[in-house]
Design a binder for this molecule. Structure first.
Ligand SMILES: *Cc1c(COP(=O)(O)O)cnc(C)c1O
Length: 491
C-alpha cells in the first residue's frame, strides 16, 4: 500500500494488515540446539494451527512505530483538558502513582498473613479516618469498587438499618436532578423509586418533598452538589423532614470535589454517603481501570458495614469478621487497595488547607467558564454553580445545531468534548466540569473554542453539522456502532 500522507504525524495510520509484507519478522530466534518436538504430540493436534490466513508480517520497528502512532490517538489528561461534566477528569499528581508503585505495596497479596500486612492495614485505617474527618461521618468502609457499587452498598445498609428497627420500608425518593445510577441502585436494592421534581432553581422543592415523605419512605437519595452543579441549599431542612418521619438521608458524594474542606455532609444531616476516590481523590479515571467507592456512615449504621472491619489488638491490626449485623462482604478481599494508597498519598500531600484550596479552585474554574460563556450559550438554571456548569443548546438548536454537533466540532479545536445530553432535566445539555487542574490559559483556549463555534453556528452551521473534519473517521452511525460492533478484521 502506498501512503498518501506523511506516516510520522498522522491521524491516518493504516491497519497493521495493510502494511504487512510477506516474510518480514519482528523477532529473531537462535537456531534450535535441541531436538524439535512435534507440537501435535505435545499440545494435541486439535490445538495446533498450521497457518493463520492473512496474519500481518512486519518488522520490529514497523510494529513499534505503528502502535506508538496509534497511542497518540488516545486523548489523555496528559495531552489536554477533559471538560466532561459529572466525571471529574482531573490531573492526578505523578507522585501518587509512584507511591502506589512501591514494591511492598504494589506486590502485597491479599492472602498475606495479617502479621505481614500491618503497613497495608495501617494505610487503610488512616484513609478511613481521613475520609471520616473530611465527610464529617463516623465510620467508613473502603470495600466498594466503584461509585455505583458504593451506592448499592449504602442502600443495602439503609435497608439493614431500617430492617433492624422493624421495617425496611418500600420506597426511595430520588430528585430528578440525580445521577442516573441513583434510581438504578434503589431499584436493585429492592425499593420502588419515586422521582421528586426540582424547583426552578434546580434544587429540591421542600414542599414537594414534605408531601412525598411518608412512613413508607426508606430514604431520599440526593446527589449533592446535584448534576446541575448546584448545591442543595435546603439539604439540612430536607434531612429534618426525612428524620421526622423515620427515613434516612443518602448522599451521592461522587461530586465531593466541590465540597471537600469547605463543608461536611455529616454536619448537614446525611446518614449514609459514598465517595468516588477515582474522581475526587487522585486516581486515574476512565478506560475501565479500577475504581473505589468508599461508603461513610453515621454511628447508628456502623454495625451493618461490610466485613471484615479493621480493629487493633495488642498494638496489631486485625481483620474483624465477628460482626453479626454486617450486610456481609460486597467485594472479594478488601477493595481496590492501590486506589486507597493513591488517595491517602493525595490527602496527606495536600493537607487540610490544600484540599480546601483544590475545592475552591474547581469551583472558581467552573464559574469562570459559566460567566464567560453566558453571552453565547443558554443557561437554563442561572444559579451560582459549584464545580460544573450546565448550558443548553437551545440558541444553537434554533439554527439546527445540537449539543452533539458542538461537541464534535470541539474535537477539531483540539479538545475532548464535554458531557453531551446529560443531565436529562436540561434539554440539549452541555455539561462542563473543568476541575481545579486547569490553568486560566487552558480555560481561555477552551472558552474561545466554544465562542468560535457559537459564531460558526451563526455564519456557517454546516461546518459544525459535519464536524469533526480533522480525524480519520468523521461521523459514525453511533447506534449501529453500538448495536453491531465489528470487532474482527476479515481478510
Ligand atoms: C460518577 C458518578 C457515579 C458513578 O460512579 P462510578 O464509579 O462510575 O460507578 C454516581 N453518581 C455520581 C453523581 C457520579 O458523578
Amino acid at each position: 500500500m502506498i501512503r498518501k500522507v506523511s506516516p510520522h504525524i498522522t491521524q491516518n495510520e493504516p491497519l497493521l494488515f495493510e502494511i504487512s509484507s510477506p516474510g518480514k519478522r519482528a523477532y529473531q530466534l537462535p537456531a534450535l540446539d535441541v531436538p524439535a518436538a512435534d507440537p501435535a504430540k505435545v499440545l494435541g493436534a486439535a490445538n495446533v494451527r498450521d497457518e493463520i490466513t492473512g496474519f500481518p508480517e512486519v518488522s520490529e520497528v514497523e510494529l513499534v512505530r505503528h502502535f506508538s502512532r496509534l497511542s497518540t490517538w488516545n486523548y489523555s489528561i496528559d495531552l489536554g483538558m477533559y471538560p466532561l461534566g459529572s466525571c471529574t477528569m482531573k490531573y492526578n499528581p505523578r507522585i501518587n502513582e509512584q507511591v502506589a508503585g512501591f514494591e511492598g505495596l504494589a506486590w502485597a497479596h491479599p492472602y498475606q498473613p495479617e502479621s505481614l500486612s500491618q503497613g497495608a492495614m495501617e494505610i487503610m485505617a488512616r484513609l478511613e479516618d481521613a475520609l471520616a474527618e473530611i465527610t464529617g461521618m463516623d465510620a467508613v468502609t473502603l470495600q466498594p469498587a466503584a461509585g455505583a457499587h458504593g451506592e448499592l452498598t449504602g442502600i443495602l445498609l439503609v435497608r439493614a438499618a431500617l430492617t433492624a428497627r422493624g421495617n425496611p420500608r418500600k420506597e426511595i425518593l430520588v430528585p430528578d436532578s440525580a445521577h442516573g445510577t441513583n434510581p438504578a441502585t434503589a431499584a436493585m436494592a429492592g425499593y420502588a423509586v419515586e422521582s421528586i421534581k426540582s424547583n426552578s432553581q434546580g434544587m429540591i422543592d421542600l414542599d414537594v418533598l414534605s408531601r412525598a415523605v411518608t412512613e413508607d419512605v426508606a430514604a431520599l437519595m440526593v446527589t449533592n452538589p446535584n448534576t446541575l452543579g448546584i448545591f442543595e441549599e435546603n439539604i439540612a431542612h430536607a434531612a429534618g423532614i426525612l428524620h421526622g418521619k423515620g427515613a434516612l438521608l443518602y448522599m451521592d458524594g461522587a461530586n465531593m470535589n466541590a465540597l471537600v474542606g469547605v463543608t461536611r455532609p455529616g454536619d448537614f444531616g446525611v446518614d449514609v454517603m459514598h465517595l468516588n476516590l477515582h474522581k475526587t481523590f487522585s486516581t486515574p479515571h476512565g478506560g475501565g481501570g479500577p475504581g473505589s467507592g468508599p461508603v461513610a456512615v453515621k454511628k447508628a449504621i456502623e454495625p451493618f458495614l461490610p466485613v471484615p472491619r479493621l480493629r487493633t489488638e495488642a498494638g496489631q491490626w486485625r481483620f474483624d469478621f465477628a460482626r453479626p449485623q454486617s450486610i456481609g462482604r460486597v467485594r472479594a478481599f478488601y477493595g481496590n487497595f492501590g486506589m486507597m494508597v493513591r488517595a491517602l498519598a493525595y490527602i496527606l500531600a495536600y493537607g487540610g488547607d490544600g484540599l480546601a484550596k483544590a475545592t475552591m479552585d474547581a469551583v472558581l474554574n467552573a464559574n469562570y467558564i459559566r460567566a464567560r460563556l453566558d453571552a453565547h450559550y443558554d443557561l437554563p438554571h442561572d444559579a451560582p454553580t459549584l464545580h460544573e456548569c450546565v448550558f443548553s443548546d437551545s440558541r444553537q438548536a434554533a439554527r439546527g445545531v445540537k449539543t452533539g454537533d458542538i461537541a464534535k466540532r470541539l474535537i477539531d479545536y483540539g479538545f475532548h468534548p464535554y458531557t453531551v445530553s446529560f443531565p436529562l432535566i436540561v434539554h440539549g445539555a452541555m455539561m462542563i466540569e473543568p476541575t481545579e487542574s486547569e490553568s486560566k490559559h487552558e480555560l481561555d483556549l477552551f472558552i474561545d473554542a466554544l465562542i468560535s463555534i457559537a459564531k460558526e453556528v451563526e455564519e456557517n452551521p454546516d461546518q459544525v453539522l459535519t464536524a469533526p473534519h480533522s480525524t480519520r473517521i468523521g461521523r459514525v452511525d453511533e447506534v449501529a456502532a453500538a448495536r453491531k460492533p465489528v470487532l474482527r478484521w476479515h481478510p
